[in-house]
Design a protein around this ligand. Sequence first.
Ligand SMILES: *[C@@H]1O[C@H](CO)[C@@H](O)[C@H](O)[C@H]1NC(C)=O
Ligand SMILES: *[C@@H]1O[C@H](CO)[C@@H](O)[C@H](O)[C@H]1NC(C)=O
Length: 290
Amino acid sequence: MKAFVIFACVCAVAYAQFGQVQRTSQSGNQQFGNQQYGNQQGSFASQQQPARSQSAGSCHELNERYPVSGSCDRYIECINGTAEEKLCPDGLRFNPNLNFNAYPCQYPNDYQCLERSSLQPPQPTADCPNQFGYFKLGDARNCSYFRNCVSGVGYDFTCPEGLAFNPDTYRCDWPDEVAACDAEAFLGFRCPEIPISKELGPPAGYRFYRSDESCQKYFLCIEGRPRALACGGDSAFDDLTSTCVSADEVDACPVELRNAAARARKEEKEHQALEQSLSSLTPQQKRRNY
Ligand SMILES: *[C@@H]1O[C@H](CO)[C@@H](O)[C@H](O)[C@H]1NC(C)=O
Ligand SMILES: *[C@@H]1O[C@H](CO)[C@@H](O)[C@H](O)[C@H]1NC(C)=O
């Protein structure tokens, strides 16, 4: 996947450069204010016409944006043929591949900008390392907290239970898939080692274990790494079937939960019986019943 993204980026850049070069040789009298295309082209263009003002580039189309050479957050924006150099807010990256009507600055997970590395100096605040972005909080044992920075103001969030913030993707992922997270320490569970049986060969790829803390929680071990899951409502994890069943069937559950589950089941049964007796009055039911 990463290889594909890199490949796609490289292609996009190659295409953009090719497209620009084509346009230069056609129009001939325009010059690139930025140095993206190397000295050779620059001198070629300046032979045709003396250099224009340096900082802002020139426009090949009335409305367009293109990157400033080597920079990941500076770009030239042409509006009605007038070029102006612009800068993305601190923490964001200029993405040249977007439609002109779209806002051109994106989070680094959306546009990695591998080919242009320089950035404006960060403008940290007491809350945030950059003005904009998503940042992991906590440490490798405490993986679910992250901060969204908007104009240097931080807003804190927590991933859904059992998930870890992934700073590479800006998503909440399974902790075993987040490099910066110690999944075992974070979840407080280490998958038991399964002895390899002579008769049965290596163990199956995954196994379930009920949590010692809660009969409703359980762990899924995939190749020895844990993921935390939970049964919803009044259900609890049944060791024998490795499924969620009504909590009154699970001895490990506290008595209040078991009673609540039993009550809910009884009510559900009564409700169903009532529905059935009501619907038996319809002609269709009558036909089915008699
Ligand atoms: C661009 O030029 C057109 C035609 O001259 C004009 O109507 C429009 O307002 C201009 N737009 C901007 C953003 O300057
Ligand atoms: C985990 O990190 C959060 C955010 O930094 C912090 O508020 C919380 O106290 C930490 N918890 C532990 C157990 O370290």
